[in-house]
Design a protein around this ligand. Structure first.
Ligand SMILES: C[S@@+](CC[C@H](N)C(=O)[O-])C[C@H]1O[C@@H](n2cnc3c(N)ncnc32)[C@H](O)[C@@H]1O
Length: 621
């Protein structure tokens, strides 16, 4: 399937290649179609490659070539269809889409409709999309159909036959089904075409200094995010690997040295390793450093499995008197005695492994075991203890939990070991990104990162999330130091007053609004932005001129004030010596972060934090 714009891009590439014998660069495609960014050009190329119209070659700037055209069909767009309340079909004259035969099968007649409404979003059908329909008058239970009811009202729904009636089911949990005795089926959906072109051109507010572009192609809804070593340990607000990879592929090339200045558990570093980029990662949370190292160090899976099996044998034989109970504050509040003994045995058996990388890798599964067997509520990033009956009954199978995680992790490492590029390196630095961490000036080819969303107290408490694990796996000299991590992270300490010299009108406006309601919260916000500004300066120092710095950020609400962190970053960065080339907005379908928080500290008084994020693309001048 090709949309109109994709066909135009393909035609341009063909004509260009006929003239020059090589393909146009992404920048030339961007200029030709007045696209807002090279990432949009990259998006069209990927679509043409996925559809088989362009060859997939090495990830080089001009490395596309056309392939022999596949058999295509032109399908008329007959009108609009309601994915909501039924509407009368609206005719759209003379519009067609081109699509390859392979995509819709050989049989049947087809037509296309433009979707209006949001009742089918859980099926991946959005407002503005085009659906290709195979004409037929009958459908099977559960198929998505064009249904005509009530005297020529058409709607797009899933069809079910129930007790002699028809149920037209929306794929949106907020909407009710429609029941009818009679339904006329006019066809079933065989293909959904996401209407990115118009969405890419939308979402811009005219009087703003910067432009946000909604681009659903960055959502990666429903895609697997736990491949390779990505899934070996939970961490708050992890990168979706696909986002990391796409940024890396768009803004860097094979052999480059990239850096993630807030690397967290190391998702961007894993992707760098898989696609042949050397990588630096920096983080100030010791657990993050531990995880990032384990995720990016390839280990021979055979050796790993051998050590793992030997470990299971050993752990059974360890006697209670042989173990050393860890000694940190409140250990008995967070763990039952029985659990402490089992965890201590497991830890002893892991520590006996001689190969340090294998020991650390299995410690990752141990760290997850610590969290799952503790008295904390699962699914929370903050430490909240279960209560009453639940606590009483809490009797975790410590070894069982460990086995489950260790075996899943070994499977992930097997893939990583196979796919990781051998001739690149990853270096992980425990440090504060607002300071000089020893990376040389003008050394880095590309920075990809996602900073924290704000201070740890009211958004994601990285330190708190990591505390119990960190205390058990000895990432601190003194395990009691673990509680101090959040204070040291960006925005961890409120400023004394609200006087500052940051040059951002958007920040000034937000601070004024928040101050009116709560001065302390305004100081938290200022502290975060002061720290972030220092990080931007360091990023500018280490990046080579003309190279890219991409930040995935959230615009959070504080006291009902939406803080435009993306615009603030753009303003601050432009003062430092960057140009803001793009701000892309994506939905967050699966990221582990609080969508709601309770800023008032009143139970039930939830305030939405965010379900969208912006990708700010900066370029060093
Ligand atoms: C959004 S998370 C990054 C998650 C990461 N992309 C991943 O996939 O796991 C932000 C990270 O910034 C780190 N951080 C906060 N302040 C920092 C600072 N001043 N210097 C370095 N890292 C910091 C936190 O510890 C946290 O791991």
């Amino acid at each position: 399937m090709l949309t109109k714009k994709q066909t135009q891009v393909l035609d341009f590439i063909k004509v260009y290649m006929a003239k020059h014998s090589y393909a146009p660069s992404l920048d030339e495609i961007k200029k030709k179609f007045k696209l807002a960014s090279v990432s949009t050009a990259h998006y069209y190329i990927s679509k043409l490659q996925d559809a088989g119209f362009l060859n997939k070659e090495h990830n080089q700037p001009r490395a596309v070539s056309t392939v022999e055209a596949k058999q295509t069909v032109e399908i008329p767009i007959l009108g609009a269809i309601a994915a909501g309340q039924p509407i009368e079909a609206i005719e759209i004259p003379d519009e067609t889409i081109t699509i390859t035969r392979d995509e819709i099968g050989k049989q049947g007649k087809h037509y296309a409709l433009r979707v209006q409404g949001s009742s089918m979003i859980d099926e991946g059908i959005f407002d503005g999309d085009i659906v290709v329909i195979r004409k037929q008058e009958v459908a099977e239970n559960g198929q998505t159909v064009v249904a005509v009811i009530d005297d020529n009202q058409a709607t797009l729904k899933k069809l079910y036959r129930e007790n002699g009636k028809f149920r037209l089911q929306p794929a949106n949990p907020t909407l009710f089904p429609i029941y009818r005795d009679e339904v006329e089926v006019r066809g079933v959906v065989v293909k959904i075409i996401r209407n990115l072109e118009s969405q890419l051109d939308q979402g811009q507010s005219r009087d703003e200094k910067y432009v946000r572009k909604i681009d659903y192609s960055w959502d990666y809804r429903g895609e697997k995010t736990k491949s390779h070593t990505h899934g070996i340990h939970t961490y708050p607000a992890m990168f979706i690997p696909q986002v990391g990879r796409r940024l890396l592929e768009t803004y860097s090339k094979e052999g480059d040295t990239i850096c993630d200045i807030f690397c967290g558990s190391g998702s961007a570093l894993v992707e760098s390793r898989l696609i042949g980029r050397n990588a630096y990662g920096i983080d100030l949370n010791p657990l993050a450093i531990f995880l990032a190292k384990a995720k990016t160090t390839p280990i021979n899976p055979q050796k790993l499995t051998k050590e793992y099996l030997a470990l299971l044998d050993r752990v059974e034989k360890i006697k209670d008197k042989e173990i050393q109970r860890p000694n940190f504050k409140n250990i008995d509040f967070w763990f039952k005695d029985k659990v402490i003994i089992k965890l201590a045995k497991l830890k002893k058996a892991i520590r006996e492994i001689k190969d340090e990388t294998i020991q650390n890798f299995l410690m990752v599964a141990f760290s997850e075991t610590v969290r799952y067997s503790s008295n904390t509520k699962t699914g929370e990033f903050k430490l909240v203890r279960v209560k009453g009956d639940k606590l009483e009954k809490h009797d975790p199978d410590v070894i069982g939990i460990f086995r489950k995680h260790a075996e899943k992790n070994i499977a992930g490492m097997t893939d990583f070991y196979k796919d990781a590029k051998k001739d690149v390196w990853t270096k992980i630095i425990y440090g504060d990104s607002s300071k000089d961490n020893g990376i040389k000036a003008n050394f880095i080819d590309c920075i990809i990162t996602s900073p924290p969303y704000g201070d740890s107290r009211t958004t994601v408490a990285y330190g708190q999330f990591s505390r119990l694990s960190a205390q058990w796996i000895d990432v601190f000299d003194d395990p009691n130091d673990a509680s101090g991590v959040d204070n040291d992270l960006l925005g961890g300490r409120a400023t004394k007053n609200l006087i500052h010299t940051l040059s951002s009108g958007y920040l000034k406006e937000s601070l004024e609004k928040i101050t009116k309601q709560d001065e302390t919260r305004a100081k938290d916000v200022l502290s975060f932005n002061l720290g972030l500004n220092e990080c931007l300066k360091q990023a500018h120092r280490i990046l080579k001129p003309k190279k890219y710095f991409c930040l995935v950020v959230g615009n959070r609400l504080v006291k009902q004030v939406r803080i435009p962190t993306d615009f603030i970053i753009a303003e601050l960065a432009e003062k430092i010596g960057f140009t803001c080339e793009d701000i892309i907005v994506r939905n967050i379908p699966g990221k582990r972060m609080p969508i709601k928080n309770s800023p008032t500290n009143i139970v039930g008084a939830l305030e939405e934090t965010m379900n969208k994020e912006s990708i700010v693309v900066l370029r060093k001048n």
